[in-house]
Design a protein around this ligand. Structure first.
Ligand code: ATP
Length: 256
């Protein structure tokens, strides 16, 4: 789905990414994990084409990112940044309609797609609230819906890609769990997700694959249960923690 070949990126003398390669799989949730400053957001921006690597190449659906037009990309992949954009004084539903701008469709079709996403993401209670009146967590939920609305085409998500930078950073424990249930729905409907995540245990529970970054380098990548090891995580974060397998619940967790 998205292949990154040996990408490196520097600003001045500061090397943010060093020869990172990975094939992000279709139909999976892949987490990007690493310490503060490891280069996770930079990698995501490289995958989006916002950051142009000095070396290496990113291919999306087998075609170099540089060959796609922005319009073509906007229909196929959507980004949720770590820090939301300036909030507009608009009702949620109007804001979500703006995400349909790339489609040639009637107003009623746009409204149907937006209503579908509002229902899927349980946002009915806030659909008429203004963005600048939402809490941080509520706004983050709307931003996910905005990205989802951008991708939904004839109620389908086949081949669509969400790139999310810490989408749950403002969410409570219940909403954080729901976020990943929504992402699993997105993948079940044919989409793929790449997510920068700081909560290791959430990533271990919900993500199919995991890429560990350390100082701009890929330390390990692969299936979550293969990458989520004590050795890898301790090396990645310079800590001395333990991985515990809860066989009964079928989950792994890491704690210090
Ligand atoms: N515009 C910039 N100019 C110079 N250095 C930058 C710039 N943007 C980021 N960096 C540096 O690049 C490194 C990687 O930043 P990045 O935001 O990708 O890290 P991150 O892994 O996402 O961190 P966090 O978990 O704290 O969000 C950091 O050391 C940061 O200071």
């Amino acid at each position: 789905m998205l292949d990154c070949h040996n990408i490196s990126y520097s600003i001045g003398k500061n090397t943010l990414l060093r020869y990172v390669s990975w094939q992000f799989a279709q139909g999976k949730i892949t987490s990007i994990i690493g310490a503060n400053g490891a280069g996770k957001s930079t990698l995501l921006k490289g995958l989006l084409g916002i950051v142009k690597p000095d070396v290496g190449r990113v291919d999306f659906q087998g075609v170099a990112l540089s060959e796609w037009t922005l319009q073509e990309l906007a229909l196929r992949r959507a980004y949720m940044a770590q820090h939301g954009t300036q909030r507009l004084a608009l009702p949620v539903v109007e804001y979500l309609l703006l995400a349909r701008v790339h489609y040639t469709e009637s107003q009623s079709s746009a409204e149907q797609h937006v209503q579908h996403v509002i229902n899927e993401l349980d946002l009915i209670a806030m659909m008429f609230k203004r963005l600048d009146e939402l809490s941080g967590g509520e706004y983050q939920r709307v931003e996910l819906a905005r990205a989802w609305c951008q991708l939904l085409d004839h109620q389908q998500l086949d081949g669509k890609l969400l790139l999310l930078d810490e989408p749950g950073s403002a969410l409570d424990i219940n909403q954080s769990q729901k976020l990943y249930q929504y992402l699993r729905k997105f993948v079940a409907a044919g989409g793929s997700v790449i997510v920068v995540e700081h909560d290791l245990n959430v990533a271990a529970k919900y993500c199919d694959e995991m890429l560990l970054l350390k100082q701009g380098q890929c330390l390990a990548a692969g299936k979550t249960n293969e990458v989520f090891t004590q050795t890898n995580l301790n090396q990645c974060f310079n800590v001395n923690g333990q991985v515990v397998h809860d066989e009964k619940r079928g989950v792994m967790s890491f704690s210090l």
